[in-house]
Design a protein around this ligand. Sequence first.
Ligand code: UDP
Length: 238
Amino acid sequence: MTQLKYKRILLKLSGEALSGDKGYGIDPTVLDAYSLEIKQVVEMGVQVAIVIGGGNIFRGIQGERSGMDRVQGDYMGMLATVINAMAIQSSLEQHGLYTRVMSAIKMEQVCEPYVRRRAVRHLEKGRIVIFGAGTGNPYFTTDTTASLRAIEVEADVVLKGTKVDGVYTADPFKDKTATRFTTISFQDVYEKKLNVMDLTAFTLCKENNLPIIVFDMNKSGNLIRLVEGDDIGTLITG
Ligand code: UDP
C-alpha cells in the first residue's frame, strides 16, 4: 500500500477553471476530468474536501462595476459557487463517489447547511464534502473560504489547483525568464509580494501553520502525485 503524505486535503478549484476554454459557464469535460482525478485519491483512502469558486458565473466586483451594490453582487457570487458545487457533486456521483454539499447560506431543499462537526463526520466516513456559498459573508473570497474551512476541519494541506504549475518569480505568461519555486516560506511570499492567494486567505494559513501547495490541476495524475508526497507545484510552509 502506498504511503500517503496527506490524509485529509482541502482542494481549492477556481470557478474559472470549470468553464474550460469557453470562459463562461460549466464545461462538462472539465468536470469529468476533475472528478476522475479526485476519484483516484479517494480510492487511495484520502479524505477530500472541496471549495469551488464562482468566477465562471459571477463575481461581486463585476456587479459593482456595472452599478450594482457590492454586497448584493457578493451574495450573487456566493450563490454561483453553490451552482458549481452542485455541478461537481453530480459529476462525482456519476463516478460512484459519495458526496455532500454543505452551504454557508441555508438552502435546505438543495444541500446541507454547513456544520463543522458534521463536515468532519462526513470526511471520516469517506464522503467528499463540497463547501458552497463561500464563507457566507460578502467581501470575502473562495480562497479565504478554502483556508478557513481547511483550518476548521483540520485538513493537512490546502491544494490550490490552478492553470499554472506553481508560484513563479514573475508571471510566466509575460516573463519568459520567470522561474518556479519548488518551496517557499510564507514570509518570502509576503516580502516578494507574490500572488498566491488574497492576503486574508494567505494570512489565515500562515497564522495557523497550514501548508499550501499551488499546482496545475489540469495535468492528469498531479493530485495523486501530491498526496503521495511528490515534489510538484510549489509548497508554501512556515
Ligand atoms: N464571495 C463572497 N464571500 C465569500 C466567497 C465568495 O462574497 O466568502 C463572492 C465574491 O463576490 C466572489 C464570488 O463570490 O467574487 C466568487 O468567488 P471567487 O471570486 O473567489 O471565485 P473564483 O475566483 O475562485 O472563481
